[in-house]
Design a protein around this ligand. Sequence first.
Ligand SMILES: NC(=O)c1ccc[n+]([C@@H]2O[C@H](COP(=O)([O-])OP(=O)(O)OC[C@H]3O[C@@H](n4cnc5c(N)ncnc54)[C@H](O)[C@@H]3O)[C@@H](O)[C@H]2O)c1
Length: 254
Amino acid sequence: MEISGLSAIVTGGASGLGEATARCLAKAGAKVTIFDMNGEQGPKIATDIKGHFEQVDVASAENVEAALDSAAARHGDARILVNCAGIAIGEKTVGRDNIPHDLDRFKKVVEVNLVGTFNVIRLTTARMAALAPLETAERGVVINTASVAAIEGQVGQVAYSASKGGIVGITLPIARDLAGLGIRVCTIAPGLFLTPMMKGLPEDVQQSLGASVPFPNRLGNPDEYASLARHICENAMLNGEVIRLDGAIRMAPR
Ligand SMILES: NC(=O)c1ccc[n+]([C@@H]2O[C@H](COP(=O)([O-])OP(=O)(O)OC[C@H]3O[C@@H](n4cnc5c(N)ncnc54)[C@H](O)[C@@H]3O)[C@@H](O)[C@H]2O)c1
């Protein structure tokens, strides 16, 4: 799919992997709308890339519907959706003093990462379905963000791994559901990337995390994620697949 001139939505576009993707797609000529909770950074980035910002909780049906209306009024309905919004917590199934994992915190992570991703997919692709097919017979493309923690969740990552494993699990059935409409669906499972989340860690911790990546022996750059997202948009044969982007890392138990 030729990106230039198409309308795109990037959730979580106010930071990290989503920000890099919003910038990359805008550079490729897309009209980008950022959906993010962060009402401070989001509008600044949107102005920078001559795009648009909507303050959205991806898990809210009402929020997303209203934001899609508003984005469509400016840019037309989206043919590209990149889901990067996400949160992470660290908590064990049974913690210190035998305290069980807090159930609301578990639900919250699944709600934002998995339910939120599906919510934006279902509402956005329902509108994509009404668009005319492009010359390539494609109507659009959806890119989700899982994590290597979907497969090798570490100690304390049970909630995060559940949410990301869910994203891996929905990739193929959604691709199959939408195949007749000419809408492709892929998921990127990143390893360790240098985003604001990581930059908050002490320098020595960042270095040791980077050193644990076989090759290249460093943390990933968000532009490398964005460049894969762009390639997925452009390569019509990529569909129904989960792609690890991780420098061959396989996470240890802790
Ligand atoms: N950075 C990494 O190493 C890494 C590795 C694997 C997977 N991931 C995944 O990649 C995605 C992006 O991560 P990042 O490192 O760029 O994180 P980040 O914290 O820099 O960015 C996440 C963005 O999502 C937004 N967000 C959070 N909850 C939201 C909600 N309910 N509605 C709308 N927006 C919301 C935040 O405001 C933020 O702007 C996440 O899904 C994360 O789980 C990151």
